[in-house]
Design a protein around this ligand. Structure first.
Ligand SMILES: NCc1[nH]cc(CCC(=O)O)c1CC(=O)O
Ligand SMILES: [Mg+2]
Length: 383
């Protein structure tokens, strides 16, 4: 209790310790009659003289919903899908409810369900077969690669779906990094950017609406913009993973794609983590620097990733740019909610919708979340 409140209490009517079960008494010693409906033992006080009582605006759901500052709609969600070459869906152990979808009908059916719930934006993450992974990750821009085929498949089935793509080398790189690794362990920046441009162009050619570089190489937004424009894709947008942190919350995603950094052979040093290109979780100002660069290079949407632990960064970008902001509610955040819900430790629907709402409050327009389909069902009142 704050000191002033404490003082106020002792000045006003209180129940003496010995008399808790008796009628409350006022400070002048007379016994007061409790108001109807007030539990016996409640102190009797003179009302505080408050000019402002914020609780007045919370008194009914009708009132609360009338003045609510933010809201959630399936239109805000971007649905991530994992696609693989197998013939059936494969559950991902660390992401209950999420599957690697079999390329083909299963992918189309899943997106059809999302669309029926109002989720019409999808981002594709392909699981590349091991034999197609190489240290230079050239499968990333194979015009008939799994990602490119999935884009075509979905665009043919649903011309108005917004297709986002992941631009980064890690799903195709046998070293498990987003960039090309030199033998001494340096992640090459400009060489990687050249391949990211080819990857982005190949995705645009397959029909992607928005390419999303998630690699954190310097200068890739501008280079991709120029490459897209040069090839006639001036209408294809770029959602940059602007402030992407070297986070421990990506673990389940790397399980899903088997894309974690790999140990090197004797003559090569493979960095065991991504700290040389993804941002340090301790840093805040650096996000503004990244944002200034991405905006100048032509990003259409800027993303913060992960979500829940980084809402200060979301708010800061919101206040420092007029571009739309997206947030990635990442695999580890999803796994935490699922794990607690499975144990009965959290009400999953309430906790998940709260997390999503808080992204909006922090300033995000778009939310990339594994909860897209479930949350859309909750919002529709289906379950
Ligand atoms: N380009 C890699 C990439 N793209 C999206 C995620 C993680 C998303 C998630 O955890 O849900 C990652 C993992 C990483 O950077 O290692
Ligand atoms: Mg950058």
């Amino acid at each position: 209790m704050v000191p002033s409140a404490q003082a106020a209490c002792s000045r006003k009517a209180v129940i003496s310790r010995a008399a808790v079960t008796e009628k409350p008494v006022t400070t002048n010693g007379t016994t007061a009659r409790a108001k109807p409906g007030v539990p016996e033992g409640t102190p009797i006080v003179t009302p505080q003289n408050l000019p402002s009582r914020p609780r007045r605006n919370r008194r009914s759901e009708t009132f609360r919903s009338g003045i609510r500052e933010n809201w959630l709609s399936p239109a805000h969600f971007i649905l991530p899908i994992f696609v693989h070459e197998g013939s059936s869906n494969e559950p991902i152990a660390s992401m209950p409810g999420i599957n690697r979808l079999a390329y083909g009908k299963n992918v189309v059916d899943h997106v059809a369900e999302a669309r029926s719930l109002g989720v019409n934006q999808v981002v594709i993450f392909p699981k590349t077969p091991d034999h197609l992974k190489t240290p230079s990750a050239q499968e990333a821009f194979n015009p008939n690669g799994l990602s490119q085929r999935t884009i075509r498949l979905l665009k043919d089935a649903f011309p108005d779906v917004e297709i986002y793509t992941d631009v980064a080398l890690d799903p195709y790189n046998s070293d498990g990094h987003d960039g090309i690794v030199r033998d001494d362990g340096v992640i090459l920046n400009d060489e990687t950017v050249e391949y990211l441009c080819r990857q982005a162009v190949s995705q645009a050619e397959a029909g992607a609406d928005c390419v999303s570089p998630s690699d954190m190489m310097d200068g890739r937004v501008g280079a991709i913009r120029r490459a897209l424009d040069r090839e006639g894709h001036t209408h294809v947008s770029i959602m940059s993973y602007t402030a992407k942190y070297a986070s421990a919350f990506y673990g389940p995603f790397r399980d899903a794609l088997a894309s974690a950094p790999k140990a090197g052979q004797a003559h090569r040093r493979i960095p065991p983590n991504k700290k040389e290109y993804q941002m340090d979780p301790a840093n805040y100002r650096e996000a503004l620097r990244e944002a200034a660069a991405d905006e100048a290079e032509g990003a259409d949407i800027m993303m913060v990733k992960p979500g829940m632990p980084y809402l200060d960064v979301v708010r800061s970008l919101r206040d420092n740019t007029s571009l739309p902001i997206s947030v990635y509610h990442v695999s580890g955040e999803y796994a935490m909610l699922k794990a607690a819900a499975e144990r009965g430790w959290l009400n999953e629907k309430d906790a998940a919708l709260e997390a999503l709402m808080c992204f909006r409050r922090a300033g995000a327009d778009l939310i990339l979340t594994y909860y897209s389909v479930e949350a859309a069902k909750w919002l529709a009142g289906e379950k």
